[in-house]
Design a protein around this ligand. Sequence first.
Ligand code: HEC
Ligand code: HEC
Ligand code: HEC
Ligand code: HEC
Ligand code: HEC
Ligand code: HEC
Length: 401
Amino acid sequence: MKRLKIVALTAVLGFFAATVNVNAQDVAEGEQIFKNNCAACHNTSDETLVGPGLKGIGERRPLDWIVKWVHNPQAVIASGDKYANDLFKKFNQAQMTAYPNYSEDQIKSVIAYIDAQAAPAAPVAGEGGAVATTPAEGSSNGGMMQYILVALLGVMILVLVALLSIVSSLSKLASVDPNSDEAKNVPFFQKIAENGKKLAANSAFKTGAALLITLLIGKATIDTAYGVGIHQGYAPEQPIQFSHKLHAGQYEINCNYCHTGVYKGKGANIPSANICMNCHNVIKRESPEIQKIYRSLENDEPIQWVRVHNLPDLAYFNHSQHTNVGGLECTNCHGEINKMEVVEQRSSLTMGWCIDCHRKTEVNTKDNAYYDKLVELHNKENKEPLKVQNIGGLECSKCHY
Ligand code: HEC
Ligand code: HEC
Ligand code: HEC
Ligand code: HEC
Ligand code: HEC
Ligand code: HEC
């Protein structure tokens, strides 16, 4: 027992000793730089991605070499540096991007982040918190509704059967002399039960059943009519078996590495085959799926990706407004794309969906001077926090041309 305590104590102390060395701010900055630039080609472990795994890079290479390398890898190779040339050869002469603008301190932060990742216990600053929002509407919502409807239908059928048997017993009773023994002795409900058997033959029952079926068909028709133009759950097969689970999930390639417009523009952009080639000129070249990318480039024919999300032309939607200004995560609207083999439309993309979120979601006013005055004005006459609806998020003209 005592031993155990000592072990635990040393573990805790060791943990603090390990973390005190690493300045949390550096690690957070390093993480951001790494994820946005390096993660596309490097793992923090020792597993090779496009370039070598960077685990232990701080010990493997002197700092000034790493700085020179990151600033301009081609220059280091050209200088005749043996290590660099061997590495370049080993990686099939894949060219690393140059990052001339990162300061030595920033590169140190990246190394600190890589080291922190290697020590699994060390805490790493999490992702920046986003505004509190509703998660993407899952299909569970629709599922729940279905159950409720089925339950309601069940209740309706029971009520109908009960009503019909009452009608039938009443008509029976009406035909019996109220003063006869039969009417006095047989309990009312027993009569109902007896009459149940005759129900099948009863014409009122037949009418009821016909009515019910008509109702059911009617409901199905209305459902389909409302569903026109709604493609929730749409997950078409794509011309190349591109997996987000693999690229964005397992290899943690940043969404905007491929969807280059998502923080800057209206559309997120679907990547061109050239972006794929940054990696696939070396990775899995012989795979038949990758060969399709080569063919597309050789024949100068763009890959015919099937569009998944598609708002009608009458509606205006802008990504940067939501991701960059609003601080929303992709998952808020698209669900967990990084777990999907095949992309699926998770939200309904109806007007009600947009409006609903604008009613509920607070505007991300933090560090945004543009909103300071507005927040002040709003708070004077309103106890509720500033929501998107308060900045015009429900005005027709904001979403319709
Ligand atoms: C487009 C892919 C790519 C990106 C992006 C990239 N690298 Fe590299 N990196 C490579 C390749 C490939 C090598 C191996 C040498 C070569 O072929 O040029 C490498 C090598 C290295 C090495 C030497 C590794 C060793 O084992 O000695 C370091 C350090 C390094 N990169 C750091 C970085 C950092 C830091 C970033 C982000 C700021 C980054 N790289 C971004 C592709 C990339
Ligand atoms: C390596 C490149 C790459 C990365 C990284 C990537 N995507 Fe994609 N994405 C694609 C390609 C290619 C398509 C078109 C084919 C498809 O739908 O699978 C696509 C399609 C999509 C679509 C559907 C587009 C449509 O037609 O409506 C969404 C949404 C999407 N990506 C979101 C994301 C999110 C979120 C991330 C980050 C978690 C991400 N992507 C990361 C390449 C990428
Ligand atoms: C930043 C690097 C990177 C980029 C960019 C990239 N991929 Fe990949 N891709 C990978 C890695 C790593 C693998 C896994 C290779 C393995 O399994 O050994 C992979 C695997 C694949 C596979 C599976 C191949 C197979 O047969 O197993 C397909 C298909 C694929 N990528 C398509 C694409 C397409 C299409 C694009 C462009 C939209 C793209 N990739 C962009 C790194 C990348
Ligand atoms: C507020 C909701 C919302 C957020 C947040 C969001 N998207 Fe979208 N996304 C949409 C809608 C709506 C469409 C359909 C746009 C259209 O058809 O005009 C779409 C379409 C796309 C497409 C298809 C190409 C295009 O631009 O139409 C891609 C790719 C995509 N989103 C990626 C992303 C990525 C990556 C992120 C996170 C960085 C993200 N989205 C965040 C709502 C959102
Ligand atoms: C997950 C929540 C969410 C969903 C879903 C959503 N929005 Fe938004 N929207 C926001 C937030 C948050 C802002 C405020 C961004 C800012 O600070 O300017 C915003 C702002 C806007 C604005 C600018 C409003 C203004 O007055 O400046 C427009 C236009 C807009 N959204 C359109 C849409 C459309 C169209 C859809 C549906 C296709 C949609 N949004 C779906 C959260 C959402
Ligand atoms: C936050 C964004 C947003 C606002 C605000 C908004 N709409 Fe829409 N509206 C949409 C979107 C997105 C669609 C497309 C829905 C679909 O395809 O199902 C749409 C569709 C429509 C349609 C086509 C009918 C339909 O259901 O497809 C009409 C008409 C319409 N809106 C009228 C209005 C009017 C009038 C207002 C103001 C009271 C308004 N909208 C405000 C986003 C918005």
